[in-house]
Design a protein around this ligand. Structure first.
Ligand code: MN3
Length: 196
């Protein structure tokens, strides 16, 4: 079965002004679609064609002749999570059980946000910033290109796409402003808490 681009869980203009309709039209309809199309073409009529998306990501990570499959499979997985991790009128306060764990592992919600923005800003070139559960503890990490927490056996609670295609139309080169708006105005914290 070929993979398919999932519909956005909200209208293209629903995240404005923090993420514009134009950004979502390019990012979801064109960039994400391209990963899905490339992935389907790469695995068609190969032994990989029956595998789940998660299996494709973990079994091709760091496998030299499977880099194309890995890049497109991981980016397909990353973007599915990314769209679900946002909602119109997002941000605001976290559900209690998530906030408790954030405070326990980072000291405060503000300290977590600072650490997340710093990781996102410090990722050189394209990649992702993550809030993960690693060995039972919350951590912020960043990964290059399409690499994601599945590759390291971590649970991804939140991921922020810091490829320029995710913010350049709306924020130009101001990546930290985009990540701050992501945390304060776009994140669906109920979805994040549900991943624990
Ligand atoms: Mn992207």
């Amino acid at each position: 079965m070929a993979f398919e681009l999932p519909a956005l869980p909200y209208a293209h203009d629903a995240l404005g002004p923090y993420m514009s309709q134009e950004t979502l039209e390019f990012h979801h309809d064109k960039h994400h679609q391209t990963y899905v199309t490339n992935l389907n073409n790469l695995i068609k009529d190969t032994p990989l064609s029956g595998k789940s998306l998660e299996e494709l990501v973990t079994s091709t990570y760091n496998v030299a002749d499977k880099a194309g499959v890995f890049n497109n499979a991981s980016q397909h997985w990353n973007h599915i999570q990314f769209w679900e991790m946002m909602k119109p009128n997002g941000g605001g306060s976290m559900p209690g059980e998530l906030e408790k764990r954030v405070v326990a592992d980072f000291g405060s919600v503000d300290a977590f946000k600072e650490a997340f923005i710093a990781k996102a800003a410090g990722q050189f070139g394209s990649g992702w910033a993550w809030l993960v559960i690693n060995n039972g503890k919350l951590e912020v990490t960043s990964t290059p290109n399409g690499v994601n927490p599945l590759c390291f056996g971590q649970t991804a609670l939140l991921g922020c796409d810091v490829w320029e295609h995710s913010y350049y139309i709306d924020y130009r080169n101001r990546r930290p402003d985009y990540v701050k708006a992501f945390l304060d105005n776009m994140v669906n914290w109920e979805n994040v808490a549900g991943r624990m």
